[in-house]
Structures are given as structure tokens and as C-alpha cells.
Design a protein around this ligand. Structure first.
Ligand SMILES: *Cc1c(COP(=O)(O)O)cnc(C)c1O
Length: 365
């Protein structure tokens, strides 16, 4: 039996021709490519967490309602009264759940997002069988509102994803533009505001849920310092959330994640303080970058900074040879030609990056 024929007979053509999501090996590198929080929990809290995790009943399925965890999220993370949350194994899973829920069987449904956007939007649309429509950002990386409104009119998207702030550009879209998009969608479509970077932006649509029945606000604990436990959450009008709840795998949040997240949220002030430090370091890093003549710095409300350099491919390669790993955005979209994205980290790692960047710019040969 030929395995090639077996695969050709069973696996979808679009999946067969796809490449898998590439995560570079970062061992030995200063890792500034994935928007991780560089800080751990303090030693004493880690020991306490260890004791807590030792008590977790690994032989049991999670208690399906996730009541205590949801209660902490609602109370500590500012979910409006009367609004529940739906939990995901990272917000990546929530994106996939929303796409699967809105991908009709008998007609093509559309997901729309400004591009460049977070890559999982388009990937989830494709896997779920939705058409993806990308509307280019303007050269200054702001929303092209007329183009967005025209695309809404033309494609009637079931789902619009807006990362707020946007990844990979770092900027916050204009509030009035987002409101216009919510109104244009009306009862024809949903608008997901992806607030993965809310701890660094400190601006949110969460409190505006009661105003817009078609608004979904999605967040994650990943960028706040818990990328390893994989926990995302989203909130929306209860009747709407109920529909997505039917598609969520019943035990998608494992008991270790549940216990670790409950513990971390009981000490959320520690994570908030780390976010405050990173916001300070973002200001310092942006100023240091702006002082380098060959570098253009885009404004950031996230824990990363997008910059433009004279030759991104060569600078990226030189940084790699100096053991600094950042993201090369240059080939992602024409508005990002020669752009690089660096995660804001500790003062030491930021300094190592700045030194390596200056040296790389100097030895342009
Ligand atoms: C990092 C990121 C996510 C994914 O978060 P996980 O919860 O780790 O899956 C979602 N949206 C945006 C815009 C991101 O940058």
C-alpha cells in the first residue's frame, strides 16, 4: 500500500500543500521573538504553586464548569457584571472555535481582518473552511476605514478580527474606527476585539460589551506572563457565548492549567507589576531605538516594538549570528517591508539587543 496514495485519498488538498507553523529553535539565543514576559513568578510563590499543583487530582477530569477559575477571571480582569467567559487552550483555540462555529456547511462564510494581522486568524479560517478577506492597513499602519467598510458591504463577513493593539504592528487602532466597524456589521456579523496585549495597552473594549451585541472581547494570560499554561478567555452577550460553548471541547482546560491560573490570579498584582515594568522598559527601548539614525520606530501599545531598518534580511541574519532572536516581518506584507519586531524584555536583554543592532547596522558590507 502506498502511503502517498493513502494521504492523497484522505487528507484535504489545501492541508497537503500547506507548510506547518514554523517555530524557530531558540536554544542559546536571547529570545525576543515571541512576546514572552521575561520574568518568572518570585521563588516563594513558585514553591507555593508547586505545593498547590501537587494536590491536583490528575486522575480526574476537570470539573466541567470551571467555576472558581471563571469567577477569578471575571473579578480580577474586569469582565462586566452579567457577562460570563468562555475559556480556551490559549486564545488560539478560541479563534479556532469561533471560526468552526461560523463556518457554514452549505455556503462559504467570510472572516475579515486588516492585514498584516495575527497569522492564526487566517489559518483558523482556512482550516474551518471560511474564506479569509484581508484589508491592507495604510502605510502608517492605521486602519483604512473606507476600505474596511467597503469590504464589509461587499463580503458580509460573519467574523471580523481586530487585534487591539495589533500584532505584528503594535499600534492601537482608532476607537472611532472600531465603533464604525461594529455599527457597519450590526446584526449581520460579529466583531472580535483581540486584546492579547491589554496589560501593556491598558485600553479595552471589555466594559463596552453591553453597548454592542455583536462585540466579542478576547484575551489571554500568555503575554501577561503565563504563556506556558495556555489559557485564553473571551466574553460576549450570554446568548451568543452559549453558541460557541457548544463547540468548545468539554475538558479543553486541563487541571494543571486550571490550578496554576487560579493561583496566579490570586496573586495578579505580581503579574501587573511585571507588566508595569515592561511598559517602562518599552518607553526606554523605544527612545533608544529612535536615537539610532538608521532606525524608524513605530508607536507601540504592546510588549513589542516594530521598527524599520535599511535592510531587514541582512540585519536579522546578523542579529542571529550574534545570538539575538527577533522576528523578521519584511516578507509578511508590503507595508512591513524592511520591518523587524522585537519583544520588550529586561533592561539587560534590551541592552544586548541594542548593542547587537548597532553593531549589525555598523558592519553593513
Ligand atoms: C499572542 C497572540 C495571541 C495568542 O495567544 P495565546 O493565548 O498564547 O494562544 C492571540 N492574539 C494575538 C494578537 C497575539 O499576538
Amino acid at each position: 500500500m502506498s502511503l502517498d496514495s493513502l494521504i492523497a485519498n484522505t487528507i484535504r488538498p489545501d492541508v497537503r500543500s500547506d507548510k506547518s507553523y514554523h517555530v524557530p529553535d531558540a536554544s542559546g539565543f536571547v529570545k525576543l521573538d515571541a512576546m514572552e514576559n521575561p520574568y518568572q513568578l518570585p521563588e516563594a510563590l513558585r514553591r507555593e504553586l508547586g505545593n498547590r499543583l501537587a494536590e491536583v487530582a490528575l486522575n480526574r477530569y476537570p470539573a466541567a464548569a470551571y467555576g472558581p477559575l471563571k469567577e477569578r477571571i471575571r473579578a480580577k480582569l474586569g469582565v462586566p457584571a452579567g457577562y460570563d467567559v468562555l475559556l480556551g487552550n490559549g486564545s488560539d483555540e478560541l479563534i479556532a472555535i469561533m471560526a468552526a462555529t461560523c463556518a457554514w456547511q452549505d455556503r462559504r462564510a467570510v472572516m475579515l481582518a486588516p492585514v498584516p494581522a495575527f497569522v492564526m486568524f487566517q489559518r483558523s479560517a482556512q482550516v474551518a473552511g471560511m474564506d479569509f478577506v484581508g484589508v491592507a492597513l495604510k502605510a502608517d499602519l492605521t486602519l483604512d476605514l473606507p476600505a474596511m467598510l467597503a469590504a464589509i458591504e461587499q463580503h458580509r463577513p460573519a467574523l471580523i478580527f481586530l487585534a487591539y493593539p495589533n500584532n505584528p504592528t503594535g499600534n492601537l487602532f482608532d476607537t472611532a474606527d472600531i465603533e464604525a466597524i461594529l455599527r457597519a456589521q450590526g446584526e449581520h456579523g460579529l466583531v472580535v476585539v483581540d486584546e492579547a496585549y491589554e496589560p501593556f495597552a491598558q485600553q479595552s473594549f471589555m466594559e463596552r460589551l453591553p453597548e454592542f451585541a455583536n462585540l466579542i472581547v478576547m484575551r489571554t494570560l500568555s503575554k501577561l506572563g503565563l504563556a506556558g499554561i495556555r489559557l485564553g478567555y473571551m466574553s460576549a452577550a450570554p446568548a451568543l457565548l452559549e453558541q460557541f460553548e457548544k463547540v468548545r471541547p468539554p475538558y479543553n482546560i486541563n487541571v494543571m492549567t486550571q490550578a496554576a491560573a487560579e493561583f496566579a490570579l490570586d496573586h495578579v498584582e505580581v503579574l501587573n507589576e511585571q507588566a508595569r515594568l515592561l511598559r517602562e522598559q518599552r518607553t526606554a527601548l523605544a527612545a533608544a531605538l529612535a536615537a539610532i539614525p538608521a532606525v524608524q520606530v513605530f508607536p507601540s501599545a504592546a510588549n513589542f516594538i516594530t521598527i524599520r531598518v535599511p535592510d531587514a534580511d541582512s540585519i536579522h541574519a546578523k542579529l542571529v549570528s550574534r545570538k539575538i532572536l527577533i522576528k523578521n516581518l519584511s516578507k509578511m506584507h508590503s507595508v512591513l517591508t524592511n520591518c523587524l519586531r522585537v519583544t520588550v524584555s529586561t533592561p539587560d536583554e534590551n541592552a544586548a539587543f541594542l548593542d547587537a543592532l548597532r553593531a549589525s547596522l555598523a558592519d553593513r558590507s
